[in-house]
Design a protein around this ligand. Structure first.
Ligand code: ADP
Ligand code: MG
Length: 784
């Protein structure tokens, strides 16, 4: 039983007020066929919308408080909330409109099932009921057609079937035959008449003949007021038997609904998805390339750099101290003397015989080549065209820079530019350092400790000073035949024959003479000229003369007991300059004249990239359980270089991604606009859904589902296109850099990008979706 008490509804447009319902009081029986007749604009649609809960009756005006009420089965609706009305519409009301209001992108059966989706019936029951309703209206054979494939009468039957499917208590029909010819109208009226046998039917019409013929009660309506009622009903107060079942649309149904909608505008959706996937494409490619380059650095580059030795020098920087965080201290009016930074970070490696023995026991399968730098100076003489001359294996001009030459004694040349000493192979059969990395240009490979080699650079040149120091008269730009170099001999003079003792324990080099030259039996020979095999790799040995560490060992052996060494041992005073020395300076001086066979530096060449870690682990093992000061720290040049390049690459990647992200924002805005367009287009659908009892949430869900689908689609599209684009990019990079397959998209990155695309499009579409949900259902349905 339905009761309307003093209902009012007015529309305010500008200054004009339209009283669409003006104090309407009427009651309806549970089963009857009521026809409402009245002229256009008299408020009939408004009445149906208010009864159906699509529109709210007024409760107050600027000046009045109205206590109108709509009572359903004894239940007042005064305190109904939005969701109560939604549930009421879904549970109790069936709407049939003049213009059918079917959703054009859904099939007939899907249209009929729509309302049941909201009431949460299982799929099988929905289908069963929809088929039953369609059978009842005589459309059993048309269920897979779309609305635009049906005639007007058939579409109205579908609308009736949709209203019936949920078995509503009240069927509201707003001019259901208004757009139909007489014959079809008769059929529809018969159908509605039949339905009024077990429910209340309220039908608006302006055809009095049809009303006379079919309705059981005729109400005349004018200016929002009831003029006459052919069969009034006086209700008796009854207790409330009203019950509400909440409505809810599942995410899955929202997705299905939006999917069929998207399928009706494939072209536009594809274009939008493509446009918005451009951001994803660019980020994916940047990530793939950065990923690939990083891999290249980690493998190819590290492999190349693995040739670089792990070095152990007398002094090194202890980077573990760098971790000390700088604490913020308030200004307290005093200055603290901080420990000297250099002293703090400088670590002295005490290379002992024990350590040397330990290093020598390294597995040749990991590092077969080790060189030892001895700080010893070679006393060299050469016979240049019959003239005996002092010789030096360095690019520093004698006498040019005193301090520099003394510092070259102090620090063996183990800078990154390469070493002057080439390593000895632990296992002669396994590998030969020189032959592996260098190409012989002339002469032969060194076979004895006294064999020297001349290393030239990629332009086949060496520093002019290196040649001058070998006693050759040459100017920059002049050429020297290989023949003139290969086979050249030099002699190493023992300290006792080289130095002259002066009074007060001072020593000076003797004047060069033929006798001095003849005194030595240690004859060195340039056996060959070599240069790096691979033009890309960096120098392992420095340009100029390089020799084997065994030669240095021999020299030390020869000079260990020389007078100059014995004398220097006993005094703090430098026996050559007369200056007083501290312990470090004295040690260096002693080493330079050959007092110690302990190396000042060790260079360990790992066999390959994989074995380097083993070598490092072996070196770290020595330090286990040792005091900080007793530890021996190594330097791994290739590691610091690769990590530096890695950091650079990371920085470049971040900048590129930031640029690419801008296009993501653009696509987000585009999706927002698309959703907004979709909201406008689907206004009628929103009205229909609301008429069926959809909540605001459900409407939001439908549009969120739409952007979700587009987001996933554009993400997948972007990743797929990026993967395809990587092929030509890789072949381009291959032709430029010779590196194959640089771009490789990490699957995890691909997934994350799809996720980001989905989230961003959903964010972009959410505001229009909320706007859609706020749309007034009655207005939405009036829009055409
Ligand atoms: P009927 O269905 O009997 O033709 P309606 O119920 O559609 O009449 O409209 C009743 C009156 O209310 C009309 O004057 C109409 O212009 C006005 N009206 C209906 N809806 C609105 C609205 N959303 N805003 C302003 N006026 C409206
Ligand atoms: Mg109307």
């Amino acid at each position: 039983m339905l009761q309307l008490k003093h209902l009012r509804k007015s529309y305010h447009v500008g200054d004009t007020v339209t009283h669409a319902l003006d104090d309407v009081t009427i009651s309806f029986r549970n089963q009857e066929f009521v026809a409402i007749l009245g002229p256009s604009g008299s408020g009939k649609t408004t009445l149906l919308n208010v009864i159906g809960g699509l529109d709210r009756y007024d409760t107050e005006d600027f000046n009045y408080y109205y206590n109108g009420d709509l009572i359903i089965n004894g239940q007042s609706t005064e305190d109904f909330k939005e969701t109560d009305w939604d549930a009421y519409r879904n549970n109790s009301i069936g709407f049939v409109f003049q213009n059918y209001n079917l959703i054009s992108h859904l099939t007939i059966i899907a249209n009929v099932e729509l309302g049941m989706n909201l009431s949460g019936l299982p799929a099988s029951e929905r289908r069963e009921r929809a088929i039953a309703a369609l059978t009842q209206v005589g459309l059993k054979d048309q269920i897979t057609k779309r609305p635009n494939q049906l005639s007007g009468g058939q579409m109205q039957r579908v609308a009736i079937a949709r209203a019936l499917a949920n078995d509503p208590d009240i069927l509201l029909c707003d001019e259901p035959t208004g757009a139909l010819d007489t014959e079809t109208s008769e059929q529809i009226m018969k159908l509605i008449k039949k339905l009024s046998n077990d429910r209340l039917v309220i039908m608006v019409t302006h055809n009095p003949e049809l009303a006379e013929e079919y309705a059981t009660r005729i109400v005349n309506f004018q200016d929002g007021k009831i003029l006459s009622d052919s069969n009034p009903f006086t209700p008796v107060d009854e207790p409330s038997t009203f019950e509400l079942k909440r409505t809810k649309m599942s995410y899955w149904n929202a997705i299905k609904l939006s999917f069929t909608n998207i399928m009706t505008k494939k072209g536009r959706t594809a274009l939008t998805a493509f446009a918005s996937s451009i951001g994803i494409i660019s980020i994916a490619i940047v990530l793939a390339l950065s990923n690939g380059f990083q891999k290249q650095i980690d493998t190819t580059m590290s492999k190349a750099l693995a040739k670089y030795p792990v070095t152990i020098t007398q002094t090194t920087t202890d980077t573990s101290n760098d971790a000390d965080e700088e604490k913020y201290v308030k200004s307290r009016g005093y200055v603290t003397a901080a420990p000297n930074y250099l002293q703090q970070t400088t670590h002295k490696n005490k290379i002992s015989q024990n350590y040397l023995d330990y290093v020598k026991k390294i597995d040749p399968n990991y590092a077969n080549n080790i060189s030892y730098q001895l700080g010893v100076n070679l006393n060299l003489l050469g016979n240049v065209n019959g003239k005996i001359k002092r010789i030096q294996f360095s690019s520093i001009l004698p006498g040019e820079t005193e301090s520099q030459s003394s510092s070259s004694v102090e620090m063996p040349n183990i800078s990154f530019a390469g070493s002057t000493i080439f390593p000895t192979s632990l296992n002669k059969n396994k590998s030969n350092f020189l032959q592996e990395n260098y190409r012989l240009l002339s002469g032969s490979w060194p076979s004895k400790p006294t064999d020297l080699v001349l290393v030239v650079n990629n332009q086949n040149s060496v520093d002019v000073n290196v040649l001058k120091n070998l006693g050759i008269k040459i100017n920059p730009g002049e050429k020297l035949k290989f023949k003139q170099m290969v086979g050249t001999k030099y002699k190493v003079i023992a300290n006792d024959n080289y130095y002259q003792k002066l009074p007060r324990n001072m020593f000076v080099p003797k004047k060069v003479s033929k006798a001095m030259y003849d005194s030595s039996k240690v004859e060195l020979k340039i056996s060959g000229i070599i240069r790096l095999k691979n033009t890309d790799s960096m120098a392992l040995l420095s340009e100029g003369i390089v020799y084997n560490d065994q030669l240095a060992q021999e020299i030390v052996k020869q000079n260990k007991n020389s007078v100059i060494v014995k004398t220097q041992k006993k005094t703090k005073q430098n026996v050559m300059t007369g200056q007083n020395m501290n312990a470090t300076a004295k040690k260096q001086m002693m080493q330079s004249i050959g007092s110690s066979n302990l190396p000042t530096g060790i260079m360990i060449y790992p066999n390959n990239f994989e074995s380097k870690d083993k070598v490092l682990a072996y070196l770290r093992k020595w330090n286990k359980g040792k005091n900080k000061s007793d530890r021996i720290l190594y330097t791994d040049m290739s590691d610091s270089l690769t990590s530096l390049i890695g950091k650079l690459l990371g920085g470049v990647t971040a900048v590129l991604i930031a640029f690419a992200a801008v296009s993501l924002i653009t696509s987000m805005i585009m999706i927002g606009i698309l959703t907004y367009t979709s909201v406008i287009e689907r206004t009628k659908e929103i009205g229909i859904l609301k008429a069926m009892g959809a909540r605001k949430k459900d409407i939001i869900r439908v549009f969120d589902a739409e952007t979700f689908i587009i987001g996933i689609f554009s993400g997948v599209l972007g990743v797929t296109l990026a993967c395809l684009l990587i092929f030509p990019i890789n072949s381009l990079l291959y032709s430029i850099t010779d590196l194959s397959n640089i771009g490789q998209l990490n699957p995890i990155h691909a997934l994350i990008l799809i996720l980001i695309s989905t989230i961003l499009t959903m964010v972009g579409g959410h505001i229009p979706a909320r706007m859609a949900a706020k749309k007034d259902a009655a207005t939405a349905l009036r829009s055409e």
